[in-house]
Design a protein around this ligand. Structure first.
Ligand code: SAH
Length: 217
């Protein structure tokens, strides 16, 4: 089986195995198409390219990781992106999740706190020809107010609480997908759906293990 097909099959299997927690036995065909089309091997160090289609996280330097493909696919599915959407991502990292989002949304805004990672990701977006990605260095706790509101926001590092600025910058009816919990401790992936008068709906999806979202570094 070709590498990418093995990765897609692993995602399908893990989706089935976690369906009792996530409430979904399959992910949307559009999300699976994006997972098929974005070359994950281009987002890791060439020395790790042989592991790029394994269903696990990999180091990307600076103590950070590119997330596990299943988690990338699940979080993307939870955002329920429409082709007209503007999406904000916190934690550009390698830029892999950003590229997946760019296949599905109209515009993608992505913030990364480590300048070198942001620059490396930007080089990849240019090389691979992604036109609708806007990347900059910044602290995710503050969001990116100039481009708000967003139809969806995804945070790819674990926060001890949901940052208020991100809820403020979310469109009513929009979704925020974020791992919440202690650094290297218990963390839960949650979806917050924004509603008027702060009647936000929060759903817990499953336990996860993310690198921490650092505050005011
Ligand atoms: N989406 C990435 C995952 C990278 S890991 C990928 O697919 O590769 C999480 C990233 O969040 C790291 O690169 C880390 O530097 C970044 N990060 C941590 N705290 C942050 C903050 N406060 N603001 C923005 N980025 C942050």
């Amino acid at each position: 089986m070709k590498n990418i097909h093995r990765m897609l099959e692993d995602i399908r299997q893990e989706t089935v195995m976690t369906a009792f927690l996530t409430g979904r036995k399959t992910l949307s065909p559009e999300v699976m198409d994006a997972m098929r089309d974005v070359p994950r091997d281009q987002f890791v160090d060439p020395g790790m390219a042989s592991m790029a289609f394994d269903n696990g996280p990999l180091p990307i330097g600076y103590g950070q990781t590119i997330s596990q493909p299943f988690i990338v696919a699940l979080m993307t599915d939870l955002l329920a992106i429409k082709s007209t959407d503007a999406i904000l991502e916190i934690g550009t990292g390698s830029g892999y999740q950003t590229a997946i989002l760019s296949q599905l949304a109209a515009q993608v805004y992505t913030l990364e706190v480590i300048e070198d990672l942001s620059l490396e990701a930007l080089e990849r977006f240019e090389k691979l020809g992604y036109q609708n990605i806007h990347a900059k260095v910044g602290n995710g706790y503050d969001g990116w107010p100039e481009q708000a509101p967003y139809d969806g926001i995804i945070v790819t590092a674990a926060a001890p609480y949901v940052p208020d600025a991100l809820i403020d910058q979310l469109q009513e009816g929009g979704r925020l997908v974020i791992p919440v919990g202690q650094p290297f401790g218990h963390q839960e992936l949650i979806v917050l759906e924004k509603h008027a008068l702060a009647h936000n709906k929060i759903s817990k999806i499953l336990d996860v293990a993310f690198v921490p979202l650092v505050d005011h570094p």
